[in-house]
Ligand binder design. Structure first.
Ligand SMILES: Cc1cc2nc3c(=O)[nH]c(=O)nc-3n(C[C@H](O)[C@H](O)[C@H](O)COP(=O)(O)OP(=O)(O)OC[C@H]3O[C@@H](n4cnc5c(N)ncnc54)[C@H](O)[C@@H]3O)c2cc1C
Length: 268
């Protein structure tokens, strides 16, 4: 049976959008989607797809399934992954999925179990919006499979995965038996950019849509009723910067005035 790799991809606000377009709704504790700015695939998740494609290129025969959990618009990141070269796409979309890292990992792990017959699950090292970096390991725990973090390269050798894992200074090499989960870091390199023909082919591919019921999850198991993290407050900090130019005829005079100002402010 060919190798089956599942990559988890999340849709995030475009990090290239101007900071002025970023807004939060403090009352709803939600990030407000910037008007006219299309959300994109989380950068590390594009690398997870790239890692899967490199394994497929080397193996010659492998299947890649991508899964995204999110709103209907998250179909775009599934399509982007299909255009990169993935074979099948699944979108988990249901208002019941609106939760935290735990409920996200639970829904993704149930979907992976439902897909079945997988050898390797690849995630990004962290989603580039909330940067929690926990969903991958949650999925591995729920599936009962080993996980290896922060890969700069991932290869499959027989019945094991071999990962070069990023360290502060250099890397180490880790082997784990399959099935396993690996989170991919930016040291992997650049993700391939889909060509026009691939984008057109991906546009014609069907994306499987599953809701909570399809995964055998009722509302008490996912979403607001099941979250384990309580978001106390979401706000944009206001930083007030005042700039005062200390003037004088000579460097000595400027230094003396500066020292006086600092003493007045009780800084020195
Ligand atoms: C307390 C709390 C409140 C939140 N409130 C909101 C909110 O109001 N609105 C909102 O939009 N979000 C909210 N979120 C974020 C949302 O629930 C996140 O999708 C979820 O917490 C996953 O965590 P993360 O994005 O930090 O993923 P990480 O743990 O950083 O992700 C690691 C990897 O897991 C995989 N992954 C993560 N999420 C997905 C996904 N959705 N689909 C596919 N693969 C995935 C990717 O491969 C990713 O690279 C909240 C999160 C928390 C913790």
């Amino acid at each position: 049976m060919p190798l089956h790799i599942i990559a988890c991809v999340k849709q995030v606000p475009d990090p290239e959008a101007p900071a002025s377009a970023f807004r939060v709704d403090e009352a709803a504790k939600k990030v407000v989607a910037a008007a006219g700015v299309t959300p994109v695939i989380s950068q590390f998740d594009a690398l997870a797809v790239e890692a899967a494609l490199r394994i497929k290129d080397a193996a010659g025969d492998a299947k890649i399934t991508v899964i995204s959990l999110g709103p209907e618009t998250a179909r775009d990141v599934v399509k982007h992954s299909l255009a990169m070269g993935a074979d099948e796409g699944v979108l988990l979309t249901d208002s019941a999925f609106d939760g935290d890292s735990y409920t996200t990992a639970l829904a993704l792990s149930k979907a992976i179990e439902k897909i079945g017959d997988y050898n390797l699950v690849l995630c990004g090292r962290q989603a580039t919006d909330w940067d929690a970096g926990v969903v991958g390991y949650g999925i591995a725990e729920m599936l009962g499979i080993p996980s290896v973090s922060l890969a700069k390269s991932v290869t499959v050798q027989g019945d094991k995965v071999v990962v070069e894992r990023v360290l502060m200074e250099g890397y180490d090499t880790i082997e784990a038996p399959l099935p396993a989960l690996v989170t991919v870091s930016n040291e992997l390199g650049e993700p391939r950019y889909p060509k026009l023909q691939q984008i057109m082919m991906a546009a014609r591919k069907q994306v499987t849509i599953w809701g909570a019921g399809d995964l055998g999850l009722d509302a008490s198991k996912v979403g607001a009723g099941a979250v384990r993290l309580n978001l106390e407050r979401l706000f944009q900090p206001v930083s007030e910067v005042e700039c005062e130019i200390v003037e004088g005829e000579t460097p000595d005079e400027i230094a003396t005035k500066l020292a006086q100002r600092l003493r007045e402010q009780k800084i020195i």
